[in-house]
Design a binder for this molecule. Sequence first.
Ligand SMILES: [Zn+2]
Ligand SMILES: [Zn+2]
Length: 296
Amino acid sequence: MEVMIFGARGSHCVSGQEFVKYGGLTTCVAIKTKKFWIVFDAGMGLVEAGKRIVADPDNITDIFIFLSHLHNDHIEGINFFPPLYMGNFNIHISGFGESSQVLLERISTTFSPPYFPLALGELKSQLETTVIGEDEVIVFDDDEGSWVLRNVFRDPFAKGHFSVSNWYHPSHPRDGVLLFKLNYGGKVVIFATDVELYGAGQDRRVERLCQDADVVIMDATYTDEQYFNPDYVVQGYGHSFHSAVIGLAERCNVKHLRFHHHDPTATDDHLDQVDAKLKALHPEWGVAKGNEIIEI
Ligand SMILES: [Zn+2]
Ligand SMILES: [Zn+2]
């Protein structure tokens, strides 16, 4: 399996010579299975993911986009997602909402003239929304290309070939955030952005999620110096700091850790230093790059 990172930046896109290596596009991660594209977050990296999806020779037309939350840096790529304009893709969006209809209405607002020239109904591809409860999981049949929403308490996973579930974390203002777990062929990928680890990283709930995971892509927006700077307070902004994420990854035996949601001020030189520190701790750990593929 390949975990493809198309955007690793937080808050807003950046450009310039000092941001070439780690990229300036906001967050998006994609995984291709036999019959599906699984995408986490729809920041501006989604546009690049869309180009990759359209060009893919396997012609997979079912795309699931899981939104951690609806802050702009996590949805701003939707409007320019190439498959939406192709007509031959089925696009499913899952995320926050009191109901699937409410989520659809919220996404529709980004396609509202005069802010955007097209309305959602004018797009060529089909777009549907599905809200997953914490006690539910989407189980995908990767042979038949079908999927079903199951209750984790009542229905065994065994029928499915892989699954995606979400965990709510209340730390991110104002409505919290969804953390995602992909379980595919015995491998576990965690996408946990915009989360501020409680207990200086000893967040038991997130630890349970990340325990023995193959890939953990986790918010590590702030250096320890930034997080504990009394002159520029960022505590409570819903983002984690470096040593908290490292501590969690060590306790959880994470194989491939990636720091994610880079602060817009984080230059390539700075992130190179962070990456070197991570690799000194564990050769498979590092800082997420906007054009990176993690093979597991
Ligand atoms: Zn964000
Ligand atoms: Zn956010």
